[in-house]
Structure formats: structure tokens, C-alpha cells
Design a binder for this molecule. Structure first.
Ligand code: UDP
Length: 244
């Protein structure tokens, strides 16, 4: 009988602010390992959030599985252990795709509106992924002119981002959470198709308690609000409570 063997972890190929990525003996797969390290303010603020890596790994995989069931292709293959996940190797499209339902963070500041003001319809923003430049905001015409994505890819990415917003908003509201805004990243598989990549976690989303408005995400770290670990733990409990 032929059995598929577990992929063997190879060399670290990338270390980011919150994750390490390892090659495997299968060129089409890699292993993402979530760290407790946290950064904010474009890397100026650094710290650790105890237990964050394990929470983000579990929460992100849980949400990716939900999206996959609802027709959104993702890079997820299999959760390997507490912090590590096997994913399809992709070439990341160098864009942060931000979707906003309620004004917060940089949008509230840039447009001079109060945090918490609902948008009449979801807003999509793109930032060019470049730490040295501080991830500048760009528009469709920059993206096409620079060749970061084709017109067809950008159309697909924006359609997927809005569908992801609909699915997550509804699902999270069932857990008593308001999805204020979030950031997505997409990747290309070897055949050129686009899949959702990176993570969806309290590091990359703003989650507010639907009743009290309490912030249950990385803003507690960014803004020194205290209770950071508890907020991440609360998200894990609300989304995965009965499953662990
Ligand atoms: N975001 C992210 N990574 C970034 C920038 C933003 O995950 O490098 C997420 C952030 O958590 C929030 C949303 O994208 O959910 C919008 O962030 P914003 O532009 O308001 O920037 P911030 O206030 O986080 O600097």
C-alpha cells in the first residue's frame, strides 16, 4: 500500500515579523510557523504577546477552512501542530488588500472622521508591500502600471475580498463580534491561479465586541490598552471554544 508521507521540514526560507516560513521536501508546499513576536507602527514598536502564535495559527486556519467551504480557494493544506501549518507555496502578490466596514485606524486619521463611523458600503484599499517605504497606499492604476497584478487578477482579488468580508462579517456576528476592518494577502500558485494566503487573525483584523465595543485585537498592543493576551484568548474561545 502506498501511503502519503508527511512532508519533511527543510530550511527556513523567510522570517517575517510574526511568522517563519520553511521549505519542505515537496517544492509545492511550505510550513508556516507562527511566532509570539509583535510589531506595530511600521516596526518601531516591538514586543511579545504570550501565546499569540498558537492562537493566530488556530484562528486563521479555522477561518480559512470556513472560507474554503464557502468557495474561496486558500493556501491552507493542513494544521501540523500548535504553531505550524502546511500551506501551498505561492508567489505573494505584493499588495495588502484592506477591507473596511467601519472607520478606524489610518482611515479615521486620514479622513478626519471619528473611529466607529460605519461606512455606507465596504471600502477596499491597496497598499504596496514594502517595509522600507512604509507600505504606501496605491490605487488600481498604480497596480496595473507597475505590473504588480493584471487587470483580471485585480478584478478577482477585489471580488474575493468583498465575498470574504460578507462571509466573515456574518460568521463573526454569530460570535458576538463586529468585523471593523481587516487585511488580506493573495498568492499565485504555479499554474497562475490566485488563492488567499497569509493569515486572518487578531493581528490582521479589528474585532470589536458587538455589545460593548471593546477592542479584541492588536490595537490593544498598538495603543498600550493592556489586556492584550486576554483579548487574543477571548477571540480563540469565541471562535474555537467547543472545538479544542
Ligand atoms: N493591517 C495589517 N497589517 C498592516 C497594516 C494593517 O494587518 O501592515 C490591518 C489592521 O490590523 C487593520 C486593517 O489592516 O485591521 C486596517 O489597518 P489601518 O490601515 O487602519 O492601519 P493601522 O491603524 O493598523 O496602522
Amino acid at each position: 500500500m502506498v501511503t502519503a508521507s508527511a512532508p519533511v521540514r527543510g530550511q527556513m526560507i523567510y522570517e517575517g515579523k510574526a511568522k517563519k516560513v520553511y521549505a519542505t521536501d515537496n517544492a509545492e508546499l511550505c510550513i508556516v510557523s507562527y511566532k509570539d513576536d509583535a510589531t506595530a507602527l511600521n516596526g518601531l514598536k516591538k514586543g511579545q504577546i504570550a501565546g499569540k502564535g498558537a492562537i493566530n495559527n488556530r484562528v486563521s486556519n479555522h477561518l480559512m477552512r470556513l472560507l474554503d467551504r464557502r468557495g474561496i480557494p486558500t493556501h491552507l493544506v493542513e494544521e501540523l501542530d500548535e504553531r505550524d501549518t502546511l500551506v501551498r507555496r505561492v508567489a505573494i502578490v505584493p499588495l495588502e488588500v484592506i477591507v473596511r466596514n467601519i472607520a478606524a485606524g489610518s482611515l479615521a486619521k486620514r479622513l478626519g472622521i471619528g473611529e466607529g463611523v460605519p461606512m455606507k458600503r465596504p471600502v477596499i484599499e491597496y497598499c504596496y508591500k514594502d517595509d522600507a517605504l512604509g507600505d504606501p497606499m496605491v490605487n488600481d492604476s498604480h497596480i496595473l502600471a507597475m505590473g504588480w497584478a493584471t487587470e483580471a487578477e485585480l478584478e478577482l482579488i477585489s471580488t474575493m475580498a468583498l465575498k470574504i468580508n460578507d462571509i466573515l462579517k456574518e460568521y463573526l456576528s454569530g460570535a458576538g463580534l463586529t468585523l471593523v476592518d481587516f487585511k488580506l494577502e493573495f498568492g499565485r500558485l504555479p499554474d497562475g491561479s490566485i488563492v488567499l494566503a497569509d493569515e486572518i487573525s487578531p493581528d490582521t483584523c479589528r474585532f470589536w465586541d458587538a455589545n460593548t465595543g471593546e477592542k479584541l485585537d492588536k490595537d490593544r498592543f498598538r495603543r498600550d490598552l493592556g489586556g492584550v493576551e486576554d483579548a487574543y484568548g477571548e477571540i480563540r474561545a469565541r471562535l474555537l471554544g467547543g472545538m479544542e
